[in-house]
Design a protein around this ligand. Structure first.
Ligand code: PSU
Ligand code: MN
Length: 304
């Protein structure tokens, strides 16, 4: 709950505000995937396409970022272009106070996006893949802030699982510990981001947007306070070749270690390495996954 003595500086776009007031479906979209997750100039094309896909399903897109120290929920064309083209910081939720106080601009990760979205009253959020427990966690203690934030934020996140650069079984274990609900969409397996399946099972499956919305309504009635992950696999025809995936990921992890890359830079480095060393095939799988997720999110928001 915000404090009364400090004004909320969040700027919700006119279109998003109206849609929320009228009870029409709105889908939150994150901006780190645009600024740090996808290469230029493709990133702007994808960002624009994702907004169009949401609109085509009758929902309003709300891409979220911080511009000049103001959190923004719903970006216009010029603002989306800034996120895609400017050199911007990557902001987790813990970075928000400093970004606001210094008038900085930055792209929001899943954690900061989910935080701002939920505060603005949005209930459905779509992204590519969540952050999670990194493979070298025992040495680096690198676990994405996404997980902790989602433990205390009531929002539905439609994603293709967690990024396969991570330790997926360990991340699933953390999701259980943190009390974050996980439901497979049309699958009994947790998706593998670039791959349709991570090989890990999920305990629960829904098969229609309506069924997913039923879960969200029940979750809301219980006031659990945590997030619901709707894990939606990339279609098999569009996944990255699993053999190529494993090979290039192994070389990427080795390169990351050799270059001494740590902290927030790890995820963008590994995603970039995959794009480069799969001749763009990982990029296509990533984009295919996000496309499917924003469409499903729009359908679920409509079913709510
Ligand atoms: N999904 C994608 N590409 C991305 C991300 C998600 O398809 O680049 C971003 C999200 O913003 C997520 C972040 O929150 O990666 C995780 O970064 P880290 O591991 O440093 O927490
Ligand atoms: Mn990290």
């Amino acid at each position: 709950m915000p404090f009364d003595d400090v004004p909320d500086e969040t700027k919700v776009s006119e279109e998003v505000r109206t849609a929320l007031d009228e009870g029409r479906p709105v889908v939150a979209l994150e901006s780190t995937i645009i600024s740090h997750g996808l290469p230029r100039p493709r990133n702007l094309l994808v960002a624009t396409e994702l907004e169009q896909l949401v609109r085509a399903r009758g929902a309003v897109p709300a891409t979220i970022a911080v511009l000049d120290g103001k959190p923004r929920v719903g970006l216009d064309k010029a603002q989306l272009e800034r996120v895609a083209n400017e050199e911007m910081r990557k902001l987790g939720h813990r970075d928000l106070p400093m970004a606001l106080a210094t008038g900085s601009s930055g792209a929001t990760t899943v954690s900061a996006t989910a935080f701002l979205a939920a505060r603005a009253g949005l209930r459905v959020f779509a992204t590519g893949g969540l952050g999670g427990v990194h493979r070298e966690w025992t040495e680096t203690q690198d676990e994405s802030a996404d997980l902790r934030l989602l433990a205390t934020t009531p929002i539905a996140v439609v994603c293709a699982g967690v990024k396969s650069i991570l330790d997926v079984p360990a991340t699933l274990q953390r999701l259980e510990t943190l009390g974050i609900s996980v439901v497979g969409y049309g699958t009994e397996h947790f998706p593998g981001f670039y791959l349709s399946s991570s090989g890990e099972p999920v305990d629960w499956t829904v098969r229609t947007p309506q069924e997913a919305a039923d879960v969200l309504r029940a979750h809301r009635a219980l006031a659990l306070g945590s997030a619901v992950i709707v894990a939606n696999p990339v279609p098999e025809a569009e996944q990255l070749d699993p053999g190529l995936h494993d090979e290039v990921l192994a070389s990427g992890l080795a390169a990351c270690r050799a270059a001494g890359i740590t902290g927030q830079a790890v995820t963008p480095f590994l995603l970039g390495h995959l794009v480069q060393h799969t001749d763009g095939a990982s990029l296509e799988a990533n984009v295919a996954a996000v496309r499917g997720n924003v469409q499903l999110a729009a359908d679920i928001a409509a079913a709510l």
